[in-house]
Ligand binder design. Structure first.
Ligand SMILES: [Cu+2]
Length: 278
């Protein structure tokens, strides 16, 4: 009965993975290498899994208890230890080495990658794009208030033309490489778009980054992939990958830091006038 159940587990696991209903989403970025490392990990760990269970099945049949037979006592075997050490070393190296190569690519953005800041807080995303100068202005968490939610340094000339997007709606131009700069103003978050095969933690106090080149037009969901409090499940955004023309139209509708500051000033003046007149 035991070997039969073990065999059933092996065959069942393999069949389940062949006919799994949980396929990856279609890939929408240049990171097919990430998929390849996942596949390699899957094949290596899957192979070991089948081999170990197969060996167990064999042992249960081959060495079943018999009247008058006793197991040998062999606490140490140099030969077996060497074989297992070498095999394990090859296996672990095979799992780690491709990942290191892909990681190096992942954090080495091309020169022409446009920086885009994704800012996370409980529990929503906001985005900042460099304006025409192509440079993001500096920020400081101490500057954050209702009129300056990004904590922009008001005196930094590079920040004046920065485009601030407070809705959870980011657009990207097809085939244009982007370097995502990730900033959190409260707790750990993680900027994840499954179709891009890319994610990374946002760590308060530092700026983390990775880059992608969107390769497939369409709308994708942005998820937070790091448990960040009771609203974590609702911390979602939307990214749209589109052609040059549509992207430019969207960009033209967005406001710069300077324009938003002037709006805020005007609003505050109106509020003040309203209070005085009452
Ligand atoms: Cu979260």
């Amino acid at each position: 009965m035991v070997p039969f159940i073990l065999l059933l587990v092996i065959v069942g696991s393999v069949l389940f993975h062949i006919f799994t209903p949980w396929y990856s989403t279609p890939i929408a970025s240049n990171w097919s290498n990430i998929d390849k490392t996942i596949e390699l990990t899957f094949w290596m760990t899957g192979g070991v899994y089948v081999a170990v269970l197969g060996f167990m099945t064999y042992c249960v049949i081959r060495f079943r208890s018999k009247e008058g037979h006793r197991a040998d006592y062999e606490p140490e075997s140099k030969k077996l230890e060497i074989i297992l050490t070498v095999l394990t070393t090859i296996g672990v190296a095979g799992l780690l080495a491709p990942g290191l190569i892909v990681w190096d690519e992942y954090v080495s953005p091309p020169e022409d990658a446009m920086p885009i800041e994704a800012m996370g807080q409980q529990w929503y995303w906001s985005f900042r794009l460099p304006g025409e100068d192509g440079v993001l202005g500096t920020t400081d968490a101490r500057n954050i208030n209702a009129d300056n939610p990004f904590g922009m340094n008001k005196n930094d000339p590079n920040g004046q033309d920065d485009i601030l997007i407070e809705g959870d709606d980011l657009h990207l131009e097809l085939e244009k490489p982007v370097k995502f700069l990730l900033r959190s103003i409260d707790v750990l978050h993680n900027f994840y778009v499954p179709q891009f095969r890319a994610k990374m933690d946002l760590v308060p106090g530092m700026v983390t980054y990775y880059w992608i080149r969107p390769t497939l037009a369409g709308g994708y969901e942005i998820l937070c992939a790091e448990l960040c409090g009771v609203g974590h499940h609702a911390m979602r955004g939307f990214v749209k990958v589109e052609g040059k023309e549509d992207y430019k139209n969207w960009l033209d509708d967005q406001s710069t830091f300077k324009a938003l500051q002037e709006e805020a000033k005007l609003e505050n003046k109106e509020k003040l006038a309203f209070h005085k007149s009452n």
